[in-house]
Design a protein around this ligand. Structure first.
Ligand SMILES: Cc1cc2nc3c(=O)[nH]c(=O)nc-3n(C[C@H](O)[C@H](O)[C@H](O)COP(=O)(O)OP(=O)(O)OC[C@H]3O[C@@H](n4cnc5c(N)ncnc54)[C@H](O)[C@@H]3O)c2cc1C
Length: 459
């Protein structure tokens, strides 16, 4: 039912807009914001996560005359809030060279070698936040956090910058449909379920930054794109070893873990990771495992003593044998190994050594085998368990359908994508947010440049 007498203004953030018509469901079709601002163009950003908000700010910075509207169905930057255990691992400070940086993306490592990170890489992200009043720090493993150790610093900064630059932020609304008009524009259908409101907004540019959300994929498909089926990317490794399961809860502060990947001949540095590892009741977890888990592999080799050479391990064991002849092998072992007794028991079991044997009776060969096991313990990966703390999705719009130097769709002009909606995923360490910042920045720059050239032409 059309209520044609219903002409009044609806507030879109800072913009006051005329409603042209409504239905019982308050459907409105708006020449937004053209009706109000003559030739001004509109960008609608779908999704107020890292990629969407960063992209919106960038577009508005490049083209201040462009109207920018971000539609977020939940809370703005909600993943930033919970990320990095509430600290937000903004980016990674150890990979400045683009090709090496790209190697940290199991999906995207080939495509991201080009202009993507050279246009806006980790250094640019760090400068951006520092310049906008958020000091950052790089931890030993390369992860970059706000000095405040609080993701709120990042959120406050982005929200303040978006608002002060004039980006219109709308929350509690969902983009449910996007189609193209004969004039080459987009008709964006926005719904607010709580008050049964439907708005149809005509936009010149659309940036899809909807994360791993299925709805975003549907919108991409409506506009002619294909979607690689989403699946979780970061896992723990399932290892069927009941003796290992008995070690559940033990943390190794520093191991060197290496994946043996079938059919990959060249040595890929990302297949080797150094850092903490945790034994769980069903396998292995911890930062080292998560960083490796995004790559498919069957065998994991763990060096439990990465700071010691194998020859040093052997000689320490032999010296220990000479020193502790009358002690049981289970009760004492070289303290420099820094191992817990439960794990030492596991090592002895693996080598078939009875823990009650005296050190004096242990053959030299057994000690050589123990050294090898400590330096290169092989685990067969039998499956993967989902890691819920940093859930990243692989899958989404294929990169082959996007021009990565602009983030514009190769299928639909003036349609842009950024962030996790694309078939890109990084290992842990700040790489996933970096994908969102880089993509958002490039898309925002391209849209801003297009809007500026359109404005110049119309003058
Ligand atoms: C617990 C956790 C911790 C993490 N920690 C880190 C970390 O420390 N470092 C790191 O690099 N990565 C981390 N990640 C991954 C990182 O959060 C994501 O890669 C990143 O948020 C992707 O950004 P995005 O903007 O593409 O998508 P999102 O952050 O998912 O934002 C997309 C937004 O779009 C909205 N949306 C979707 N569809 C619609 C629609 N139709 N209409 C309106 N709105 C819509 C969603 O509500 C959402 O807010 C973590 C992830 C999780 C879950």
């Amino acid at each position: 039912m059309i209520r044609s007498d219903f002409f009044h203004s609806l507030r879109f953030g800072a913009l006051s807009l005329p409603l042209l018509n409504t239905t019982r469901r308050f459907t409105t079709t708006q020449n937004f914001p053209k009706a109000q601002h003559g030739n001004e163009e509109l960008l609608v950003v779908i999704g107020g996560g890292a990629a969407g908000v960063y992209g919106a700010i960038r577009a508005k910075t490049v083209a201040p005359h462009l109207s920018v509207l971000v539609i977020e169905k939940g809370k703005f930057l909600s993943k930033v809030k919970i990320s990095g255990g509430g600290r937000c691992n903004v980016t990674n400070g150890h990979y400045m060279e683009e090709t090496v940086l790209a190697d940290n993306y199991p999906r995207g490592y080939k495509e991201l070698r080009g202009s993507f990170f050279s246009t806006h890489g980790p250094m640019d992200t760090m400068s951006w936040f520092s310049d906008h009043g958020v000091p950052l720090k790089t931890e030993d493993d390369g992860r970059v956090f706000p000095v405040s150790n609080s993701s709120s610093s990042i959120i406050d900064c982005l929200m303040l910058e978006a608002k002060s630059s004039g980006v219109s932020l709308q929350t509690g609304k969902v983009v449910t449909n996007v189609s193209t008009t004969n004039s080459g524009k987009f008709l964006v259908k926005i719904e607010k379920h709580t008050i049964d409101l439907v708005e149809n907004v005509e936009a010149n540019y659309v940036l899809v930054a909807s994360g791993s959300n299925r709805q975003g994929h549907t919108l991409a498909m409506q506009l002619g794109h294909s979607v690689v089926d989403p699946m979780p990317s970061l896992f723990t490794f399932k290892i069927d070893d009941k003796h290992l399961a008995e070690l559940s809860g033990i943390t190794f502060p520093k191991v060197k873990a290496k994946l043996n990947v079938e059919n990959v001949r060249r040595s890929i540095p990302e297949f080797t990771q150094v850092g903490p590892m945790l034994v769980t009741h069903w396998g292995l977890s911890g930062p080292v495992i998560l960083r490796l888990s995004a790559w498919g592999a069957r065998t994991l080799l763990v060096d439990f003593l990465p700071d010691l050479h194998i020859e040093d391990v052997k000689s320490m064991l032999l010296q220990h044998k000479d020193q502790f002849v009358k002690q049981k092998v289970l009760n004492t072992f070289p303290p420099k190994f820094g191992l817990v007794k439960r794990f030492w028991k596991y090592v002895l079991e693996q080598e078939g050594i009875d823990g009650d044997t005296l050190w004096a009776s242990i053959p030299k060969n057994s000690l050589i085998s123990v050294s090898s096991l400590l330096k290169q313990c092989s685990f067969r990966i039998t499956g993967k368990g989902q890691f819920k703390d940093e859930f990243v999705t692989a899958g989404g719009v294929p990169l082959s359908e996007i021009s990565l130097n602009t983030m514009e769709s190769k299928i639909q002009p003036r349609l842009f994508f950024a962030g996790e909606v694309l078939n890109v995923d990084g290992i842990t360490g700040g790489f996933n947010f970096q994908n969102a910042w880089s993509g958002g920045y490039i898309a925002g720059s391209s849209i801003g440049a297009l809007a500026t050239s359109c404005k110049d032409e119309s003058v």
